[in-house]
Design a protein around this ligand. Structure first.
Ligand SMILES: Cc1ncc(COP(=O)(O)O)c(C=O)c1O
Length: 432
């Protein structure tokens, strides 16, 4: 009898942990359904402008009304259902950490891998779940068998954590790390591909490509770069921190060899979640960053010996995928691009204002850089927050100097109108 009770209790907890209140169980489910029905026949481009629909999505978030957060490129908030799942799992974990984490919550690992793989369009055994893009990509950068003299080509505009990892390999192992420099925006794929190709020598082994350049949002021609690289017998490491959960693509479509991403950016998964994808046949040769009893095995799980970490955060990823899927990848991409174009189109002809990002769909989506003549990025960022409580980020990196603006699905049109008004006033010298 006791046994039976314990079993039922455990089964109940499992159901609680993994059936997690779906989006449609939320209070505003009815309006969501109505709104979704209204746009169901519309193309993603037309649905992008349906404020009734997006106002329902906005209500799924708990963002502060005191500030306007336009730095979603740094890290994004999670919708309420994701936050609640993490809190629920955290409470459960604290009822008896080693039991509830290792024996109960960890049962969700393989279903989560399957869910991530479905979203990424790949096999579950090509996906490792980890804590962020840095961990995912450092695993590959430090795990590749490269010897002194082997060359890697990246750019000065890649993300600092990856640049530093390659530099560390150069110092430690004598590899040669070459960095190209691009003047973004560039609206010509061939120019980018040609620049990488020109730098290839017989010693080149790897191209490192950032799918969306974080500083200004330039979308890089990853598939064209991969095709070119493979013709030269090279492999390609893709930093997809800003693309996964934003652009509507499947990882194998990129034709790359390695892909690392954060899940706490556009997917809106719990803060501190990431993912590594490695093409099946390449897993074996990559050394794990942390220990494993079979470091040369072809099992992707060898990259998950992370020791004790937050299982509530990991398991919350599943709810973020539910939320994302309920909107739809292409619809989400088009809405966020629409929001970017909405404000950027309105400020681009204001005297002294300069955009640092192409507005063509092939070359940008969420992120756009902006500057005002005579102001440093820190001054513009300071004025936007000081006077208007608009949170952005000033970028000064290599040849880039601007303020980066990044909306997300919960961003309101009224907030972007305020941004436009603020830029108008600042540029005209009325406010600084
Ligand atoms: C292009 C790019 N790569 C990697 C990262 C690192 O992401 P994480 O903080 O998840 O490690 C970032 C973070 O902003 C980024 O913009």
């Amino acid at each position: 009898m006791n046994h039976r009770r314990t079993f039922l209790k455990q089964a109940g907890m499992l159901a609680g942990a993994f059936s997690a209140g779906s989006l449609f169980n939320q209070l505003h489910a009815a309006s969501w359904e109505q709104a979704a029905q209204k746009i169901s026949g519309l193309s993603p481009e037309l649905a992008a402008a349906d404020e009734d629909y997006w106002s329902v999505i906005q209500q799924g978030f708990t963002v502060s009304p005191a500030i306007i957060n336009l730095n979603n490129g740094g890290v994004s908030p999670s919708p309420r259902i994701v936050q609640e799942a993490v809190e629920r799992y955290n409470k459960l974990a604290n009822e008896g950490p080693s039991y509830f984490m290792w024996r109960i919550l960890d049962q969700g690992r393989e279903p989560l891998r399957y869910k991530l793989a479905t979203l990424a369009g790949c096999q579950p055994d090509e996906i490792a779940i980890n804590r962020n893009a840095t961990e995912a990509l450092n695993t590959v950068i430090y795990g590749l068998n490269l010897k002194a003299g082997d060359e890697v080509i990246g750019t000065l505009q890649d993300y600092p954590n990856m640049i530093q990892a390659w530099r560390q390999r150069a110092l430690r192992d004598g590899i040669v790390y070459k960095q190209l420099s691009f003047n973004f925006p560039i609206e010509n794929d061939d120019e980018i591909v040609a620049a990488y190709e020109k730098a290839i020598t017989p010693k080149t082994r790897i191209l490192h490509v950032t799918h969306i350049i974080n500083w200004v949002g330039q979308i890089m021609p990853v598939r064209k770069l991969c095709r070119m690289a493979h013709q030269h017998g090279l492999e390609v490491v893709v930093d997809g921190a800003h693309s996964f959960g934003l652009l509507d693509f499947k990882i194998p479509d990129l034709e790359c060899d390695y892909f690392g991403t954060s899940l706490h950016k556009f997917l809106s998964a719990p803060i501190g979640s990431g993912m590594l994808w490695i093409k099946k046949e390449k897993i074996e040769k990559i050394w794990p960053l942390t220990c494993n009893d079979k470091p040369n095995s072809g099992d992707i799980r060898k990259f998950e010996t992370l020791g004790t970490r937050s299982f509530p955060i990991e398991q919350g990823i599943g709810e973020a995928i539910n939320f994302h899927t309920a909107i739809g990848s292409k619809r989400k991409e088009e809405r966020i691009r629409y929001l970017k174009n909405y404000w950027a189109d309105k400020v681009k002809d204001i005297p002294k204002v300069k955009l640092h990002t192409s507005l063509k769909a092939d070359y940008s989506c969420a992120i756009c850089g902006v500057s005002v003549d005579g102001m440093t990025p820190a001054q513009l960022d300071g004025a936007l927050f000081g006077t208007y409580k608009i949170h952005t980020v000033g970028i000064v990196w290599e040849n880039i100097s601007c303020v980066r603006i990044t909306p997300h699905v919960y961003t309101r049109i009224a907030d972007l109108d305020k941004l436009v008004h603020a830029i108008e006033e600042i540029a005209s010298g009325k406010k600084a």
